[in-house]
Write a protein that binds this ligand. Sequence first.
Ligand code: ARG
Length: 582
Amino acid sequence: MKEHIQHLLEQTISSLKDQAVIPQDAAPRVQVDRTKDKSHGDVATNLAMMLAKPAGKNPRELAQLIIDNLPASDLVAKTEIAGPGFINFFIDSGHQARQVEAIASDPRAGIAPVEQPQIIVSDYSAPNVAKEMAVHHIRSTVIGDAVTRTLEFLGHKVTRANHIGDWGTQFGMLIAYMEKVEGENDAEMKLSDLEAFYLEAKKCYDEDPEFGERARNYVVKLQSGDAYCEKMWRKLVDITMEQNQAIYDRLGVSLTNEDVAGESTYNPMLPEIVADLLEQGLAVKDQGATVVYLDEFKGKDGNAMGVIIRKRDGGYLYTTTDIAAAKYRYDNYRADRLLYFIDSRQAQHLQQAWLIARKAGYLPDSTTTEHCAFGMMLGKDGKPFKTRSGGTVKLSGLLEEAHQRALKLIGEKNPDLQGEELEHIAHTVAMASVKYSDLSKNRTTDYVFDWDNMLTFEGNTAPYMLYAYSRIQSIFRKAGVQADQLDGSVTLTHEKEQALANKLLQFNDAVQGVANKGMPHLMCSYLFELAGAFMSFYEACPINKEEVSAEDKASRLRLCAATANTLKVGLGLLGIETLERM
Ligand code: ARG
């Protein structure tokens, strides 16, 4: 409804410009806010105050002119001028009721696709080959997936870019080690424990000079396109990504093998880029290395900071690859927005890579680069999340533990559930909990991983949200109706019905917030408030009771359907599935 009022005001501005009341070059930012106190209407704007000066009128006088020129709309029941020149809008509850009715049966829950879809590249997950997914990869995966789904839902054209770490000197060592254990015929099995595989390879490299020699030789061979090395490398990548795909599938993350565009993708571009940066005079040779000095970044000595893009030994760096990736994403897709879901500690790295790409003319000003940064994942003790012995926590093990805990929680709450149904519910609750507890916190802060907090029915948690949804389903079952076949009309008489309707009509704000800011917690907070508004409504307004009139019952069931649908669509955008019963 905010957008609707905003739209009306924009039309009014252009008609006042035509009448020469407002100068043609005035371009005010039309702001419409919800009022805190409903006696001042539902929304208000300070537009008249902003335009008073350029129009040479006093604000209240201009406010009246704006009201007189407002296009007719059945949403607006009444307007009034308040204080120094605010315009208050009172929304027609009949119109709101019609909107709520529409939400109940709309697969998009009332959200229209954007008029001008953008081209967006979304860089998320990005685990490393022959390594277990680390905690920062879980955060990136879950947060990036929620934002990506939301952007797609709005009609934007999004390319997922899984920038896996599949290139670098470590592959010489990994190939040599795979060759060694392949003789023992259990390479596949050894790779199933990636962490151990990597550590063993490193050990051989450090301790056995002959092995080290072979490893270094393989690095050179791999880089020059040797078929044998490439085959071994591919095998390492495939085995790792097969394991990661199983995790994506279990978690319900929308990434597939098609989305993998690892560091190796950009490797062939690197010599050209370094040559071009040298030619443009952006890079210089410095003691055999190639360096870009950036005035925008000062080193400890106060001098421009040097970013190495090619080492003395000829090797390229993580930053060089990211310069190439940014260029590729523009050249190949003509992207409007480049999103990066990466740990906040990589902020400087990204800023430097983008700045170099911009200076070199690889990215136009119209393409934005956005670091959707997130904090660390901490254990309950406030220290970085690790196993008791200080190792990386395996994501597969963590998901299994979530499943076991959910089984216990659901089993205790509902002892009648058994077999496949119990397994399905536990699986859904477990994956939802792992995701939701991460998504519901503002991503920029560190996140404390805590089993007890994520698996409780109290507060802003996945179990609570799923329960709220399934509870509405049980209301339909009790009433003997199908949620998608309701035709009663909604009337918003009770204060709690009105409040629930207001909340339902704010869904669009939440969707836009996630899309524009890349912050899924805005959706979680909204859905939590919606569930709260529903619970208060349900307490105050009975449905399946005898004394309730047929009209009231039909209206309330429709409100229930609108709520359930919004919860389902909203959770779906976060990558979370709902349950009909639990
Ligand atoms: N593989 C990297 C890591 O493990 C993350 C890559 C993120 N994406 C990027 N374009 N740099 O930290």
